[in-house]
Design a protein around this ligand. Sequence first.
Ligand code: ADP
Ligand code: MG
Length: 280
Amino acid sequence: MTAQSYAMNDQSVNNAHVQLLFNEPGCCGMRIRDLSIFAKKKTILTVDELRFPNTGVVAIMGPSGSGKSTFLKAMSELMDENLTHKGKIDITCIDSANKSNKKPSSICSHFAMVWQKPTVFPCSIWDNLKVPLRKRKVARSQWRKLMEKALVDVGLMGELDNDWSKQRAQRLSGGQQQRLSIAMGLLKDSNIFLFDEPTSALDPISTEKIERIIRKLGQDKLVLLVTHSLGQAKRVSDYSAMFHNHEDKGALCEFSSSEEFFKSPASPQSREFIMQETGV
Ligand SMILES: Nc1ncnc2c1ncn2[C@@H]1O[C@H](COP(=O)(O)OP(=O)(O)O)[C@@H](O)[C@H]1O
Ligand SMILES: [Mg+2]
């Protein structure tokens, strides 16, 4: 299995508490090396090395401004105009799922991104769901079947009208719109799902539904979940990554299994973050 590399450049920081897990061949789904992200000339985030598994949920935590959202944007190359990055991203889990074995023209075509604010198109559910299918050149005769499966998988089917295809996506509740975004990611056939605080504007019932989907996605995909909620990280994640603000820029200070992270966080920054969030 060969990794697909997306070239960037060189720079390093010392991350004492970052465990480089997934050393066995075939275990590492994505490897980030010497990543630096800049806003004009200012460095806003550096990550020396970070390895993600092929499947599982990774919670990304840290104080505001520590670069969590920027990190996800760099992964998916959905960067703001005035941000640039250098470093190297090797993605193996995309390669192993890429049946044609061709390097995709754009890295972002393999990521599904779910933002804090629902981002559905102002048209019908059908027209939203057909976007990824058309991009993948799936035969039109397959569309309805695939769409209905995706709607069932995200638990939306039972909540929609019988003639769901004409329903306006933007008339759905916030939680339903988030689940429609996930359904679009499923139809994109993405192997990596990136979530940026997907439940921060949702009620507890909608949050629970999204968390259940995230756990299920993690069974056979890689999910990176930026979350402000320690409880959510504890409930859904297999691994935890902690970012912090260091010398006026964001940096990774810890990466470990979530079991270890919550039992005995290794870095002082994680201990302080957990203390502040839980008040203990
Ligand atoms: N487009 C941008 N231009 C300039 N600075 C940015 C831009 N996007 C993010 N930043 C800066 O990068 C830092 C990290 O931001 P962000 O990734 O949003 O943090 P977090 O998601 O952890 O709260 C912040 O200091 C923010 O102001
Ligand atoms: Mg953010």
